[in-house]
Design a protein around this ligand. Structure first.
Ligand code: PHE
Length: 343
């Protein structure tokens, strides 16, 4: 049995020496030490058959050999594992000469969307509902219902795109058509804002576009006054521009308000010095507004003796220009990444 142990010791050492990876090493280990049929396990089992001193002597030797072989196995395993990590470190080196990958472009909201979202948040916080209306409008809602008759000179400044063979349809020239639609649908009292795209036959320059955005506001209630109107307008401008603004009121003419005003704001782009954004006047026409004409209230299906109101039409592109210091309205539709990435 002593001989057997010596042979086994030699075999084990040789087998371990030949091994090149951890898996193979474990196979060797199993061959000698598996509980059922390992060569070393068998010897240990056979010790039972010995008696007396022989049992003592061989038993001791067997235990020494077993311990030694397990040490050899442990060391070899460590060695192979370290070698594996060294190999990985060798092959997966970080190549510091590799050029940096271009940064992925992240999308973001367009400045006009930011302004509209802010406006809608501001007005919903004051109890207004946000409504929508069609861009292709009927002549009635765009003009007639707003007290602009077929022959009215106000139509002149609101020439727009027409649909071939459909003279009763127009691309809406303002968001005001939603005034009458809102009254017809929701009755009174009513507080609503409408943001949306409008169209006019306009020769474009730094402050004019044929396609532009407005936000309409309408409040219908009992005993509405100019003070209500002015208070709301102040809240609006300070809420969006987040700074003190200087304003002035001029009489303004719109057939659907009576009296009507133009609220101008001192140009924030040039601080009133005069620039492209304010047509070199230092003031920007920002907020046409007024008390709702009784005829419009009637078209909305309400009794003008009972109901009064105020309305305003904010040129939201111009407000956006003021907020961000954009000197030309055409930038906002140009789709130029150099411009848009600034927001
Ligand atoms: N709809 C008018 C325009 O586009 C603006 C306006 C709205 C004026 C509401 C008064 C009241 O010019």
């Amino acid at each position: 049995m002593k001989q057997e142990l010596e042979n086994l010791q030699k075999d084990f050492k040789k087998a371990v020496d030949d091994v090149k990876d951890v898996l193979k090493l474990d196979e060797v280990y199993q061959r000698f030490f598996s509980r059922k049929s390992g060569e070393m396990t068998n010897i240990m089992k056979n010790l039972k058959e010995l008696t007396g001193d022989a049992r003592k002597e061989i038993g001791k030797l067997a235990n020494e050999v077993k311990g030694e072989l397990e040490d050899i196995y442990g060391k070899k395993k460590d060695e192979l594992e370290n070698q594996k990590w060294d190999e990985i470190a060798q092959t997966e080196k970080i190549d510091i000469t590799q050029p940096k990958l271009p940064k992925k472009r992240k999308g973001h909201l367009h400045p006009m969307t930011i302004v509209h979202n802010e406006l809608e948040d501001l007005f919903t916080s004051m109890g207004f509902m946000v409504l929508d209306g069609p861009e292709l409008e009927s002549d009635f809602y765009n003009f007639e219902g707003l007290n602009i008759a077929k022959t009215h000179p106000a139509r002149d400044s609101q020439d727009t795109f027409f649909i071939k063979n459909k003279p009763e349809w127009v691309m809406r020239t303002h968001t005001s058509p939603v005034q009458v639609r809102a009254m017809q649908k929701y009755g009174a009292p009513l507080r609503t804002v409408v943001t949306g795209r409008c169209f006019r036959n306009e020769s474009t320059d730094a402050s004019h576009e044929h396609t532009f955005y407005q936000m309409e506001g309408l409040v219908i209630d009992r005993e509405i006054s100019i003070a209500n109107l002015i208070g709301t307008m102040k809240e609006l401008l300070q809420g969006v521009l987040k700074r003190e603004v200087e304003v002035r009121l001029r009489p303004g003419y719109f057939p659907f308000v009576e009296p009507g005003f133009e609220l101008d704001m001192k140009c924030l782009v040039c601080e009133g010095q005069g620039c492209g954004a304010c047509k070199h006047s230092g003031w920007v026409e920002t907020l046409p507004c007024g008390l709702v004409n009784p005829k419009v209230i009637e078209h909305g299906g309400l009794d003008p003796k009972e109901w009064t109101g105020f309305a305003f039409g904010l040129g939201s592109m111009r407000l956006c220009m003021q907020k961000y210091g954009v000197e030309d309205i055409r930038h906002l539709h140009a789709g130029d990444m150099k411009f848009l990435e600034q927001f």
